[in-house]
Design a protein around this ligand. Structure first.
Ligand code: MN
Length: 213
């Protein structure tokens, strides 16, 4: 029995048009995300085999593969729910996401400052990566992270609540080399209700590190 399974998309392939076309959504979910699920499961099996045989020659590569595929699976699982065809705009108290809006202002000074930082961090990834808004449990604040691949350049313990996939597979068929245009368009499909739900859940478990006040 596999440990990880590919989650269903919460909408059909065309739901994010015109920001993301159906061909990209289908390939991205059915092929790319599926590959990370398979990669994580395969790596766990290979680690089990290494333990059984006490054969540790490939341990470094296996641990890297586990971090890569597991992080890819987790980030994509968040990504699909972070978007909706009815999304966009600013998070507003009137829409029931006031706690999130307040946390953004408190952590970044202003919504505009936050938006500029996440846009820039996402659009300037070198090679493959993500721009991430994360809850950082030690400070109790939100931070932006620029993730390398799926797993690098991350503060331990931070919980991703809004993720922008900046890998070429996320946009190239539609936006070609214009990564910044894709990231700017992404703001039109952000599902603030989903982000607010993730923020509340992360804050609820702020003692996860047993370090936070
Ligand atoms: Mn991706």
């Amino acid at each position: 029995m596999a440990t990880y399974t590919l989650p269903e998309l919460p909408y059909d392939y065309a739901a994010l048009e015109p920001v993301i076309n159906p061909q990209i959504v289908e390939l991205h979910h059915d092929k790319h995300h599926a590959a990370y699920v398979k990669g994580a499961n395969d790596t766990l099996e290979q680690l089990e085999e290494a333990r059984d045989k006490e054969a540790w020659g490939a341990i470094n590569g296996l641990q890297k593969n586990l971090a890569f595929h597991l992080s890819g699976h987790i980030l994509h699982s968040i990504y699909w729910h972070n978007m909706t065809g009815d999304g966009g705009g600013e998070p507003l108290a009137a829409d029931g996401v006031g706690d999130l809006a307040d946390a953004i202002t408190e952590s970044f000074g202003s919504y505009a400052g936050f938006k500029a930082q996440l846009t820039k961090a996402s659009a300037t990834t070198q090679g493959s990566g993500w721009g991430v808004l994360a809850y950082e449990p030690l400070s109790g604040k939100l931070i932006v992270e620029q993730v390398y691949d799926h797993q690098g350049n991350v503060g331990q313990g931070s919980v991703p609540i809004l993720v922008f996939d900046a890998w070429e597979h996320a946009f190239y068929l539609q936006y070609k080399n214009q990564k910044v245009d894709f990231i700017e368009a992404m703001w039109q499909v952000v599902n603030w209700q989903d982000v607010a739900k993730r923020y509340a859940a992360a804050k609820e478990r702020a003692d996860v590190l047993l370090l936070a006040p």
